[in-house]
Design a protein around this ligand. Structure first.
Ligand code: NAP
Length: 298
């Protein structure tokens, strides 16, 4: 049962590891900042591996959820000496299709399988174990990995070969950009009309314009609270991936371009570690805050 090692104990990964432990699947954890791994290992009664290589030696299934493309490839290289034909690596990070394919090729050189399994559902979904995961890779590897995936996700969809999970996740990130823009623009109108913003969020969440983002982030963003959630710098990374993918398909994605430019402005002002709902800063024309070009208020 205890066959899974988890790497990357951030906002998403720590909760996913907890749910794997709850399902009796987690054997070991590793995190770049070792103190986080030690604390979680103690909480869950599992091993804190000294290195990814050590983790892979004792865990035939390794799941990871790290920030960006270079981080995934760095972790894969660190795992390589310990993986073999019995190993499956599941990547829950959001990265490019090419990164997924490169990771799969590197692991295949050692006989190991790779699944790109990016997730959607936010930190709330990670905590509840109700994420949606879009899985690219062989059906056989997915069948072997399924019990581990079921511990973190309530919806598991096989999208096709390696990279197809990341392709669908890119589509999801385009949706998230548009929804963020629509929610901020709508609430900016409500604000300009002198409406009660708290009431607007509550009422509109129940109607045809309601959506996950308005319901979960609306109440906090109108108070100027942008605790992640989903870091703006990470969605900026995702939208760069989306635009590159769209270019290969001959599309331009104007709404995604606009969101990327808005995020770039917010990043330059030091808001990259805030939640993506910090887009409200621009739409609501919030005055520069003491946190501009500084650290967030928590
Ligand atoms: P996060 O809280 O910033 O955590 C990032 C994790 O990656 C940390 O554990 C960090 O280690 C680790 N990491 C970064 N670079 C690394 C490297 N080079 N080698 C090893 N470990 C490294 O991010 P998150 O929100 O959990 O997101 C993780 C991934 O899931 C991202 O690809 C993101 O796009 C995706 N995602 C996020 C959400 C969301 O709502 N937050 C939803 C769906 C998908 P340290 O502790 O040492 O910094």
């Amino acid at each position: 049962m205890r066959t899974v090692g988890f790497i990357g104990l951030g906002a998403m990964g720590a909760s996913m590891a907890r749910n794997l432990a709850k399902a009796g699947r987690l054997k070991a954890v590793w995190n770049r900042t070792a103190s986080k791994a030690r604390a979680l290992a103690q909480e869950l009664g599992v091993e804190a591996a000294a290195t990814p290589k050590e983790l892979a030696r004792s865990c035939p299934i390794v799941a990871l959820c790290v920030s960006a493309d270079a981080d995934v490839l760095e972790v894969i290289e660190a795992l390589l000496p310990s993986v073999g034909a019995e190993s499956i690596v599941i990547d829950h990070s959001t990265v490019s299709v090419q990164t997924a394919q490169t990771a799969a090729a590197r692991l295949r050189s050692r006989g190991a399988e790779f699944l790109d399994a990016p997730v959607s559902g936010g930190v709330e979904g990670a905590r509840a174990g109700t994420l949606v995961t879009m899985v690219g890779g062989s059906p056989e590897a997915l069948a072997r990995a399924r019990p581990a995936l079921e511990a973190v996700a309530s919806t598991i969809v096989h999208t096709g070969p390696v990279g197809s999970g990341q392709a669908l996740k890119a589509v999801n990130q385009v949706l998230c950009a548009g929804i963020n823009q629509a929610v901020c623009e709508a609430l900016a109108l409500a604000q300009a009309l002198g409406l009660d913003l708290k009431q607007a969020v509550a009422v509109l969440s129940k109607g045809a314009g309601g959506n996950w983002f308005l319901e979960k982030r609306g109440p906090t963003m109108i108070q100027g609270v942008f605790r992640p959630g989903f870091k703006l710098a990470l969605h900026h990374k995702d939208l760069t991936i989306c635009l590159a993918l769209a270019k290969t398909a001959g599309l331009t994605l104007p709404l995604t371009q606009k969101t990327l430019a808005d995020y770039a402005e917010l990043l330059a002002k030091g808001h990259g570690e805030e939640d993506i709902s910090a887009l409200w800063r621009l739409q609501a024309k919030l005055p520069p805050s003491p946190t501009d070009r500084g650290s967030p208020p928590w």
